[in-house]
Design a protein. Structure first.
Length: 299
């Protein structure tokens, strides 16, 4: 759910952002096919692709794309009407655009300077795991599951009978029927009762390792689960199960360290004058008021 919210938030924000960034027009006719043409403005397929952060590509649906295109249209219409009123000349608007430009270019500089230089080695991951095993203790029972997702009951019943006779066919059937699904939707890894629907957990928890679970019907279709392993509350997760999590933690840690180091170096190369004593002389509730501004000018 959190990922879905992030995707929606991105598209809502990006639609309005794209309107502002594309306001200068294009000198060259784009080779990419146009999805929308509106006056002198156009949204091309390449524009759409380049607007999507890499980390979101796996979670975006066609409905998200359509929503983005519709919001692009809405934002461009509103943007053009704002230009008709001369709002781009408003000092407050210009200031906010400038602030955004500073943040955007600064963030791009950080990406190009820091992200590409961060490397997390297997040795660092192993060391972190050995030194922090206590944070990888299971708080609840977890079960490692794979599952087939099928559209109709007849097919699920037929495959279940086949698997009862020969469990070794599970991975073959998984490829045959669910190759269109991402790997993490076929092999769910270790999950707890908080990660799956109650109707699923209430069934799979009663099966032994390597058992095939009788088809379970949900709103998504018919599921046939294979129980690969069970780990009880209080057990420690294996390194292979937390490698990705550890790498993300170490990467973020290095990013923050490099960010602090980089800013320290950059600040040392620039003359910066600060007047925090001025803020200390102005009452907090009047800093944003006209009287506060007049007070500051009078100092």
């Amino acid at each position: 759910m959190k990922t879905a919210i992030n995707v929606i938030y991105f598209f809502v924000s990006a639609a309005f952002l794209f309107a502002a960034l594309s306001s200068c027009g294009r000198s060259d006719q784009p080779a990419s096919p146009a999805i929308v043409i509106m006056g002198d403005e156009r949204l091309t397929l390449d524009d759409l692709r380049s607007s999507i952060p890499r980390e979101m590509t796996a979670n975006i649906t066609k409905a998200d794309f359509e929503d983005y295109v519709n919001r692009w249209i809405d934002s461009h219409i509103l943007y053009q009407k704002g230009l008709d009123l001369g709002l781009e000349k408003n000092p407050d608007i210009q200031r906010r655009v400038r602030e955004f430009e500073i943040r955007l270019i600064g963030a791009a500089y950080l990406d190009s300077t820091l992200e590409t230089k961060i490397i997390v080695t297997p040795q660092e991951i192993s060391k972190y795991y050995e030194e922090n095993k206590d944070i990888f203790v299971r708080s609840k029972q977890e079960i490692h599951l794979k599952h087939l997702l099928l559209e109709d009951k007849a097919t699920s019943d037929d495959l279940y009978r086949k698997l009862r006779r020969n469990q070794a066919e599970f991975d073959t059937l998984l490829v045959q029927y669910n190759s269109h699904l991402p790997e993490d939707e076929r092999d769910l890894g270790y999950v707890s009762e908080d990660d799956v629907a109650e109707i699923i957990w209430s069934k799979v928890k009663n099966y032994r390792n390597n058992a095939i679970v009788q088809p379970i019907k949900t709103d998504f279709g018919y599921h046939i689960f294979k129980v690969l392993d069970k780990q009880e509350e209080g057990s420690i997760k294996e390194l292979d199960d937390v490698k990705i999590e550890i790498e993300a933690r170490l990467r973020q840690q290095k990013l923050e360290e490099n960010y602090t180091s980089l800013l320290t170096q950059l600040k040392a190369s620039v003359k910066i004058e600060t007047y925090f004593d001025l803020l200390n002389r102005i009452p907090l509730d009047s800093i944003v008021s006209r009287n506060g501004a007049e007070f500051a000018r009078g100092q």
